[in-house]
Design a protein around this ligand. Structure first.
Ligand SMILES: NC(=O)c1ccc[n+]([C@@H]2O[C@H](COP(=O)([O-])OP(=O)(O)OC[C@H]3O[C@@H](n4cnc5c(N)ncnc54)[C@H](O)[C@@H]3O)[C@@H](O)[C@H]2O)c1
Length: 256
């Protein structure tokens, strides 16, 4: 028998900013107890803000690019909360050159490559390994991986390490979805297009041109629009959706 929503725990990574903060706020509003994880200590203020509003929310400061800190973070969450029912692997970044540009393929170094794999693939995999056994025991669980439109189609502005690691995240989604489908656990990806967050350079001419002229909706997406998709996938109503990729991209595929 599944727990009631109010006793379910949701873990959201990268929750100090942008999409992660919107997702944490939305899941708290849905009635989950939310653990907000980020390497940025500002995540403590974000959790306090939710708690002041009456939500059960707590912060964890951890660097998800570091394997040992991911493992101790997961163990700490299980010690403190006893469970994780919804895992949202959202923390991510797109490293830029010192000039603020994408890395051409011949410029890609192992540092950016390894960090991207660590953050977008290894940390989600380790967190799943830590939390899926409990979900399986309880017969209910949700994993949502925040991938990218770059995992779905060629994006010229995306560096190879970002495209490759976000595509790996979609593969990981399928592997987990298949293996855990018989146990009441779903695993899906959400693939955002350009969303207005600190990661998006909204002042750049390229972004303005793209969003106004090339996207059917004629604007950038808002973080709450991604959070709404995650909220849907995290609920009981989405139990028949697994291994899917939900594209939140303003009709971007129709434009390309
Ligand atoms: N904004 C977009 O247009 C867009 C589009 C496609 C995909 N995404 C993906 O959505 C996710 C969220 O992006 P965002 O736009 O909200 O960016 P953001 O920069 O606003 O937020 C990312 C958060 O992740 C945290 N983070 C980064 N590296 C970390 C690490 N090593 N350990 C712990 N925390 C770390 C940051 O501190 C930050 O709080 C990312 O995975 C990104 O790739 C964003």
């Amino acid at each position: 028998m599944a727990a009631s929503q109010s006793s379910r725990v949701a873990v959201v990574t990268g929750a100090a900013s942008g999409l992660g903060w919107s997702i944490a706020r939305r899941l708290a509003g849905d009635g989950f107890a939310v653990v907000l994880v980020d390497r940025n200590p500002a995540v403590q203020d974000k959790a306090a803000e939710l708690a002041q509003g009456g939500a059960a929310a707590s912060p964890v400061v951890a660097d998800l690019a570091d394997r040992e800190s991911v493992s101790s973070l997961a163990a700490g969450i299980l010690r403190t909360h006893g469970r994780c029912d919804v895992l949202v692997n959202n923390a991510g970044t797109h490293f830029k050159t010192p000039e603020g540009q994408r890395f051409r393929f011949d410029q890609v170094g192992l540092r950016e490559w390894d960090l991207s794999i660590a953050l977008h693939m290894t940390a989600p995999m380790l967190l799943c390994q830590a939390f899926l056994p409990g979900m399986k025991e309880r017969g209910w669980g949700r994993v949502v991986n925040i991938a990218s439109r770059a995992a779905r189609t060629y994006i010229q502005q995306s560096s190879a390490f970002y495209t490759a690691s976000k595509s790996g995240m979609v593969g990981l989604t399928r592997a987990i979805a298949g293996e855990f489908a018989p146990f009441g656990i779903t695993c899906n990806s959400v693939a955002p297009g350009r969303i207005r967050t600190p990661l998006t350079d909204i002042s750049s001419e390229d972004v303005k041109r793209f969003s106004l002229n090339e996207l059917p909706v004629g604007r950038l997406g808002e973080p709450d629009e991604v959070a709404a998709a995650v909220s849907f996938l995290a609920g009981d109503q989405a139990g028949f959706i697994t291994g899917a990729v939900i594209d939140v991209n303003g009709g971007g595929f129709m434009a390309s």
